[in-house]
Ligand binder design. Structure first.
Ligand code: IPD
Ligand code: CA
Ligand code: CA
Length: 263
């Protein structure tokens, strides 16, 4: 593993320790813009701890974190090395003690994904990928599933914060359900991408997620042999929100799975 890889791994584990130590019955929760969109004091604590840890080790890097409040980025925001951080992906799970919730750390170089780490502290699983070097779960190489859609589980994201989009998500779920084993909803987009990467599920889709939700997980799924695009099949922008579909090697080979062609 590269030096950057070990720094990110250490950072992700530090974030997980803070999450695990949170007193779940005494966490301060505030509302954000959008339907049932919350932020806890721990989203902020974890983000702050990651910014301090990473900026001390890589002082030249820029930071984009969910709790900074900005969601679309210009090329100048991501020039050089830029960490894209979702301190807690799956905040409503975290609030309710319903796992999974994870930390997601992506690293862009001139706007292109270079490294990604997703850590689930509840099951102590770290997913890590570096561009061109494959993807790993707790140090072991992972690959997407060669099975076709009919022999795969599908996970969905409901795009809960955006009016109108949950309808699209549920229409698509109905279509995939008739063609796969069954549908799951974890509540963490980064985790869903890692589940495709590790071959446990075959496909994940969501009508709209933010850069910090997909930055690390999309690289991990792609490095594990998956195909990750927007709903029309175009590459993700890595500069702001997007629809997303991640397919295993088996489903991508079979074809005819892109949401825009199924809706
Ligand atoms: C959310 C989760 C969820 C997905 C939403 C995301 P948050 O992130 O990843 O699974 O459906 O689109 O915004 O708010 O828990 O960080
Ligand atoms: Ca998120
Ligand atoms: Ca979050």
């Amino acid at each position: 593993m590269s030096e950057l890889g070990s720094i990110i791994e250490e950072a992700a584990k530090l974030a997980g320790k803070i999450m695990r130590e949170a007193p779940r019955d005494r966490i301060r929760i505030d509302a954000k813009e959008g339907h049932a969109n919350f932020v806890t004091e721990y989203d902020q604590k974890v983000q702050q701890a990651l910014f301090s840890f990473l900026s001390a080790r890589i002082p030249e890097a820029h930071f984009l974190g969910e709790e900074q409040g900005q969601d679309t980025f210009q090329p100048e925001d991501t020039r050089g090395l830029t960490f894209v951080i979702d301190p807690i992906d799956g905040t409503s799970n975290f609030m309710k003690g319903y796992e999974p919730s994870v930390t997601s750390i992506g690293l862009l170089e001139d706007g292109v994904p270079l490294l990604g780490a997703v850590y689930n502290p509840w099951v102590d699983r770290l997913f890590l990928a570096e561009a061109g070097k494959g993807a790993f779960e707790n140090g072991v190489p992972i690959h997407t599933d060669p099975a076709p859609l009919s022999r795969s589980l599908v996970t969905m994201g409901t795009a809960p914060y955006y009016p109108g989009l949950p309808d699209t998500a549920f229409r698509l779920a109905g279509i995939y359900l008739s063609r796969c084993i069954d549908i799951r909803r974890s509540g963490s987009a980064a985790w869903d991408l890692c589940m495709v990467a590790s071959g446990r599920t075959g496909l994940y889709f969501e009508p709209k997620i933010q850069l910090w939700d997909y930055c690390a997980g999309a690289l991990i799924a792609a490095e594990a042999g998956g195909t990750v695009t927007d709903f029309s099949g175009k590459p993700l922008s890595f500069s702001g929100p997007s629809s997303i579909v991640a397919a295993s090697c088996g489903i991508a080979k079979e074809g005819d799975y892109l949401p825009d062609t199924l809706l």
